[in-house]
Design a protein around this ligand. Sequence first.
Ligand code: SF4
Length: 103
Amino acid sequence: MAIDVKDYLQPHVSLSISERLDLVRRRFTDESHIAVDQEAFRNDDDRAVLYICPAQVFKLNEEEDSCIVNFEDCLECGTCQVARRYTSWRNPKGGYGVTYRYG
Ligand code: SF4
């Protein structure tokens, strides 16, 4: 479904995460700019990293008890850097990353 910015600005319209992410142009290489220390993740009691990211970049892999990093969805908001417990983040390579089309 194509989303018009006018729809996005309506307070009564509820958009899913993927619909919201469609409003941001993202360009990434195959190389992740986000890393997770998986051992520290396994030993973390609350695993807050799974809940802090507005783009839901960090997901639990229940089979392997590890953290999946969907770095292509990163909005470069910096929240995981502030919360930094076992994640490391660096700027995407020049020319890559996000472009906010509507501010
Ligand atoms: S910078 Fe923001 S959007 Fe990107 S992974 Fe961290 S919390 Fe998620």
